[in-house]
Write a protein that binds this ligand. Structure first.
Ligand code: SF4
Ligand code: SF4
Length: 172
């Protein structure tokens, strides 16, 4: 309830400006489950939809990263943004569902965007609160399972690996 009140007080109403889906600094992390949903909805493959998280780590002669992000077009916009609209709206990832909100533990963070401070209480605050809790649960689970995969993996010199909750994947 407290969370819902904080969301109401943020006075957020999306203006559909598309800014959060545009530009090179908006990396949208996607879990394997979310990628599955998008593959099913679009008939695209994992590699067509997502690329490795671009911060690579070098250790023990191997190169690796954790997780994947949605691919972007040459304009830097999310590949699913067309005419400022999300073409996979029903299947969009948790990050997109909850923007501009995020939970840091129990603390609500609100990123400034043109929909904030609209002058009216946030509509759908209850739904956003539910989505935020679902996102936190999914992200915590993904983090722990990915950590397990990393800890049990023996690095091979010269390999390039993407770790996620389902395993250690050789990057081609
Ligand atoms: S969430 Fe904010 S930045 Fe994104 S489309 Fe809505 S108003 Fe624009
Ligand atoms: S999936 Fe949709 S909501 Fe998410 S960044 Fe891409 S266009 Fe925006």
């Amino acid at each position: 309830m407290e969370l819902e009140i904080q969301i109401l007080n943020a006075e957020f109403a999306c203006r559909c400006c598309g800014e959060c889906c545009s530009g090179n600094d908006n990396e949208v992390m996607v879990s394997p489950d979310e990628i599955d949903l998008l593959c099913e909805a679009t008939n695209l493959t994992l590699d067509q939809i997502a690329e490795p998280y671009p911060e690579w780590i070098n250790d023990q002669g191997a190169t690796f990263t954790f997780g994947r992000v949605l691919r972007r077009g040459e304009d830097g916009n999310c590949m699913f943004l067309k005419n400022n609209r999300c073409t996979v709206y029903e299947h969009r990832p948790h990050i997109c569902r909850t923007y501009p909100f995020m939970l840091d533990g129990d603390r609500l963070l609100v990123f400034e965007c043109s929909g904030c401070k609209s002058g009216e209480p946030t509509p759908d605050a209850e739904l956003i609160a539910r989505d935020l809790l679902a996102r936190r649960e999914a992200e915590d689970k993904e983090f722990l399972l990915t950590k397990e995969q990393y800890q049990k993996h023996s690095m091979v010199m010269g390999s390039t690996i993407i770790f996620d909750s389902r395993g250690a994947h050789q990057h081609k």
